[in-house]
Design a protein around this ligand. Structure first.
Ligand code: FES
Ligand code: FES
Length: 160
């Protein structure tokens, strides 16, 4: 089947899609967007998190047929062309990226949290990222990155 959907602000058509194929597969294998990672393919790890109509979702659990005429934003879509989003930049600067498998999903989850609350408490950060598993960092550097990004976003908002 053909699916027509909006990916990172761009209307896209993809042919020869099998209805049961996951959105994650379509993004990675058919659309050339390998940012979202496939770590468990069971909705357990969060590494495949994307926005679907503005709400974070595990793309491994979304069937391709469900995204017809909807809006998908991946980790690639958060950057402004060659300029990283402040959340992405903070992850790099704070050493929150090691193997990087968890990073795309964590960036999307952190982006979603900071869109709602730019100065979250540590428990709020931990709760927001609870569905995203990391094997490498021990989470402290990830929390640092979210705090740094939130601070910068709050400063930018105050300066407007
Ligand atoms: S790959 Fe989708 S939740 Fe793990
Ligand atoms: S950096 Fe390796 S799983 Fe998180």
């Amino acid at each position: 089947m053909r699916i027509t959907t909006t990916i990172n602000g761009e209307r896209r058509e993809v042919d020869d899609v099998w209805e049961g194929e996951s959105l994650l597969y379509v993004l990675r294998e058919r659309m050339g967007l390998p940012g979202s990672k496939n770590a468990c393919e069971q909705g357990e790890c969060g590494s495949c998190t994307v926005y679907l109509d503005g709400v974070p979702a595990c793309s491994c659990l979304v069937a391709a047929g469900q995204v017809e005429d909807r809006e998908v934003t991946t980790v690639e879509g958060l950057a402004d062309r060659d300029t990283l989003h402040p959340v992405q930049q903070a992850f790099v600067e704070c050493g929150a990226v090691q193997c990087g498998f968890c990073t795309p999903g964590l960036v999307v989850a952190a982006h979603d949290l900071l869109a709602r609350c730019q100065r979250p408490s540590d428990p709020e950060i931990r709760e927001a990222l609870a569905g995203n598993l990391c094997r490498c960092t021990g989470y402290e550097k990830i929390l640092d990155a979210v705090r740094v990004a939130g601070g910068r976003l709050a400063e930018a908002t105050a300066g407007q």
